[in-house]
Design a binder for this molecule. Structure first.
Ligand SMILES: Cc1cc2nc3c(=O)[nH]c(=O)nc-3n(C[C@H](O)[C@H](O)[C@H](O)COP(=O)(O)OP(=O)(O)OC[C@H]3O[C@@H](n4cnc5c(N)ncnc54)[C@H](O)[C@@H]3O)c2cc1C
Length: 412
């Protein structure tokens, strides 16, 4: 198949779909290239949080001292498969370099700018595309079993405060009032009001894709092999697509496409696990994060979703669903009555950079090619803001925020 398009978006996850829709709405002729079923990779089973208050990067100073303890626990919050370790070294070294106040401040400021944009874009698009009922702006609750657990996170909350994130400290009784289903006695917690959860992340991706198709967008099912030059892409099926502009939005698989064009990027599959309980039998009003245990429970329309974990094992290693099982077991410590019938386990690859910032912007030597990948833990959240930035760049408009911290130049 040989075809021609004005604007080609490569990758049909939430980032590619949202970007394709905004490009189309700005008047461009857009084709979305997806190798499989749109929305079925990292964007499928995530926790469904619009975590607009999460502006602080993961590489906080002092964070590394927890790593040996986490690695000792085979089912702990962090794991690295030994065989993958040598490939991970450059990423880990950069992660380590990011763990100082100056870098955290820089990254938080950039992230806060993007979060402000993404929040307003989510509100606007969910209203003008008639899916506001699938987004609940009801905040997030972080709960701590002990004062010590709360103290351990103090540094994180100070960074949030410095970046203007609104939050409120709650007593154990206040937590019980807000979430009666949480029967455990917690020492305290923190409510972050600027936070939403969606009904189901896959449903949101499909809603946006349906709009894209209904409004005249084209979906091409084929796998990109590599760029033949700056205006054409070779496909695995032997075909070619010629384009005027292209957007690389292929999640963790974007690394190879960026490399083809001669750009280095530190991008790893940070694999997360969860279990969805469609018949959980209890009601939560908002996502709950468990401070000491590092997992989240999201109340989605498709069930309670319990998950977390960060596993660096490469892209093709088989999933270890003991991780989902272990997280469910920990959750049952707090919510023993959870009903597990018809539970579904899932693993997905977060496309993660070591500084927690996505790669968004023009390819320095290929101005007609845009990058929109590497959103790590925050891809669903940042999809709306990223889509607006992609639309602005593709139309030669001034981007709504300073994109220099998101540039691929930081890896080259
Ligand atoms: C357990 C877990 C929980 C999470 N919770 C949240 C959350 O609550 N909130 C949040 O904001 N984020 C969350 N995330 C992160 C979020 O899921 C990701 O950041 C986001 O889905 C990334 O979207 P994407 O479109 O970049 O990638 P993907 O969804 O992976 O999409 C990339 C697409 O590109 C396609 N593709 C790849 N290569 C090619 C090629 N060569 N040719 C054509 N197509 C190609 C793939 O088939 C895929 O469909 C979570 C992630 C995990 C794993």
């Amino acid at each position: 198949m040989n075809s021609k398009t004005e604007t080609l978006v490569i990758g049909g996850g939430i980032i590619g779909i949202f970007s394709a829709l905004q490009l189309l709405r700005s008047g461009q002729r857009v084709s979305l290239l997806e190798s499989g079923d749109p929305g079925k990779e990292a964007s499928f089973g995530n926790a469904g949080c619009l975590a607009v208050s999460e502006v602080v990067p993961i590489s906080l100073p002092g964070m590394l001292r927890h790593v040996p303890g986490w690695l000792m626990d085979p089912l702990g919050p962090l794991s690295i498969r030994a065989r993958h370790f040598p490939k991970l070294v450059p990423w880990l070294m950069r992660f380590n370099q990011m763990g100082n106040d100056a870098q955290v401040e820089k990254a938080s400021r950039a992230q806060a700018d993007l979060m402000k944009l993404t929040e307003s874009e989510w509100r606007e698009t969910s209203n003008n595309s008639n899916f506001a009922d699938q987004v609940t702006w009801n905040g997030k609750l972080m709960v701590y079993e002990t004062q010590k657990g709360m103290e351990n996170d103090r540094g994180y909350w100070e960074w949030c405060q410095k970046n203007g994130v609104e939050f409120h400290e709650l007593s154990g009784d206040e937590i019980r009032q807000m979430e009666p289903a949480l029967t455990t006695r917690f020492a305290g917690g923190i409510l972050t009001p600027a936070y939403a959860h969606v009904s189901d992340p896959y449903e949101i991706a499909r809603t946006l894709l349906d709009r894209f198709v209904a409004e005249g967008g084209t979906v091409i099912t084929a796998r990109a092999r590599h760029f033949a030059d700056s205006h054409s892409l070779l496909l695995e099926n032997g075909g070619t697509i010629a384009f005027e502009k292209a957007v690389i939005a292929a999640g963790v698989w974007s690394k190879k496409l960026a490399n083809d064009l001669g750009y280095k990027v530190l991008l790893e599959a940070e694999r997360g696990y969860n279990t969805t309980l469609p018949n959980a039998g209890l009601k939560l009003n908002r996502p709950i994060m468990f401070g000491e245990q590092h997992f989240v429970i999201s109340p989605l329309a498709c069930g309670l979703r319990i998950g977390g974990a960060a596993e660096f094992a490469g892209l093709s290693a088989p999933a270890n669903f003991q991780r989902s099982k272990n997280l469910l077991k920990i959750a049952k410590k707090y919510l023993p009555e959870l009903d597990e019938t018809e539970k579904r386990e899932w693993m997905g690859p977060r496309p993660s950079t070591p500084d927690s910032l996505a790669v968004i912007g023009q390819a320095p030597r290929h101005p007609n090619i845009l990058f929109a990948f590497g959103h790590g833990h925050l891809g669903l959240t940042q999809a709306a803001g990223t889509a607006r930035l992609v639309q602005q760049l593709a139309n030669g408009e001034k981007p709504a925020i300073d994109l220099s911290p998101f540039s691929i130049e930081r890896f080259n």
